[in-house]
Design a binder for this molecule. Sequence first.
Ligand SMILES: *[C@@H]1O[C@H](CO)[C@@H](O)[C@H](O)[C@H]1NC(C)=O
Ligand SMILES: *[C@@H]1O[C@H](CO)[C@@H](O)[C@H](O)[C@H]1NC(C)=O
Length: 690
Amino acid sequence: MAQPFYSTIPKSTSIFTSKPSPSCPFLFVLILCILGLYTLYNHHPHSSRTDTQTSRNALRFQDHFLSSASNYTISSYLRALTLHPHLAGTEPSRRTALYVQTQFKELRLQTHVRDYNVLLSYPVYASLSAHFIDGTFKNLPLAEQGGTQNDDVVRPYHAYSPSGTAYAKAVFVNYGKEEDYRALAAQGVDVSGCVAVARRGEVSRNAVVEIAAARGVAAVLLYTEGDRFRNGVERGTVMRGLGDPLTPGWAGVDDGERLGLEDNEVVKKFPRIPSMPISADTADTIFRLLEGARVPSEWRDTLKSKVARVGPGPTMLNFTYQGEKKMETIHNVFAVIRGSEEPDRFVLLGNHRDAWTYGAVDPNSGTAALLDIARRYALLMRLGWNPRRTIILCSWDAEEFGMIGSTEWVEENLVNLGSKAVAYLNVDCAVQGPGLFAGATPQLDDLLVEVTKKVKDPDSADTTVYEKWTTTNKGISVGVPSIDLYYGRDFPVYHTAFDSYNWMANYGDPLFQRHVAVAGIWGLLTLHLADDPIIPLNYRAYIVELQEYTKVLSNLLEGSVSLHPIITSIQQLVAVAKEAEQEAKKLRDQEIVGELLVLKKRTLNDRLMSAERGFLDAEGLQGRQWFKHLVYGPSSDFESKLVFFPGIIDAISRSKRMSQTEGQAAIQHEIWRVARAIQRAAYALKGELT
Ligand SMILES: *[C@@H]1O[C@H](CO)[C@@H](O)[C@H](O)[C@H]1NC(C)=O
Ligand SMILES: *[C@@H]1O[C@H](CO)[C@@H](O)[C@H](O)[C@H]1NC(C)=O
């Protein structure tokens, strides 16, 4: 997975949009960053679809899909994918692309590979030592020790960190958030020129380094807290934004335009100071040497290490990192199952394939599930099934560096995807442990509920995923209608050399039944989206969410600005969504098949698909134009936990630094933008010109 955007969300990631949080942060940002997709938490209204539009034939294929699952096959796919570490841009990584394509070929699926040349980043040299006041010094380990690891595993590093050296006093900065620095300043701690040690969580890696640089810190060491795998080290990217840094907004194809490394657009994507991940053990060694001010009491409750003082010093750290940025070829692999009736409508399933190390959880549990879905679809095809719409299975490369593979492909295919993609279903770290987590843009909520009622729970007999899920977890919800799914959360081996097949077989999913459940849900969602005559998207659930967000916002703003524009546009959407629902019901009930009916269904489907595009705004969020979705997205205020209406939330935090009048005007402007977005969605769903 890619890097977390915000803490409360489990991590995920990418072709379309967002993955968050420290463990397998579900940065499930695939494409839709560009198209505006985003993953978020959301609760799931438990309504269910009552229509019986799925024909008996389609039902038979769905049953067959579910009954042909094989935990044995999934485990063998996972074993093959994780035999060697396969970091993007390396030869073993190319071999995994070949492996996936070979599987598709053997299943007789139509397959192709799309390559891009992009700027990746690798470590060359790193060292860290502590120098004590008595003149002695000690080298601190930067590599992971023990386990079954071998030399092919890339040493821990932060991709795109600049090279550099710092010989300076160490200081502990908690998570490295703005408020943490304020707490330090309140105790009279000056961090400038120091090496900051921060714990991972709540803030993206890139943000930790940027905030530190702005405070005059010389270098950052980032560790992940944990009780197990204390010498595991979490690799990750510190690039800002998504996609190949040299081709922002367009694809990194052979002979295409590329910005130079010195171009301002490129320079601003990389941090200005060096950084490096370290283990919890190494962090503890540093903490034992710190004197100075006491650790602020607010930090202590959640702190797992025994840190008494924050420094700076007196012990000095000597830290050096040298990395190299290199152009490498990356490989996205696709299998295409052409739709029989509407080949120009695409249902996309995506998962990245590249891994920091062996990638058993992140991401190849998802790749193994994708391959098992391919196997089962091939089986259905031999029994006479052909989807109504085109299904595309996507295996992305270089996600870990900043969702590069998926972003380049989306950039290249933007117009076709924008007009023809029905939905994007992403799975990254499919299995990390027990418990289902699913995030969806709200119009997919009902379908998700229906599908989980048909899939067997992997951890208890005679229970469906749905029953288990509603009693134990809250769901998460996402923004092209999209979904992200996974079992478990916060796995301790995240981005470390210990994320291996053995860890999965011993801890993550010993019977491989959780893999079976994810593949079941993922594959069945796809069957509905590809086969149901009326695409199962329901905007009622969206309205419930929008109303909820407006309520939260209203409490936050306490009447200082008017929410009336949003309330009015939601009312417009309510009326249109109701009409669309009635229209869908009428069309489903009609028995006679005729050309006119087919056309009517297709027209409604196009409106259901395009309504989501209404929420996108061409200009994107202020200062983060790659986020186009105005309803869902992370706030740029790292301390905000709110993941809706990001433009408004940003304006609220900016307003604190403005005069009252200016601040209110800025918030009101963002409110109008959201109101217009909701209105655009309503017009798209209605399908008529004003
Ligand atoms: C710090 O480490 C670098 C690289 O290992 C080394 O060349 C340099 O001499 C060290 N500096 C001090 C003051 O020990
Ligand atoms: C598959 O599941 C069955 C039943 O739960 C179990 O007995 C078997 O060991 C599993 N196979 C693998 C490869 O995990």
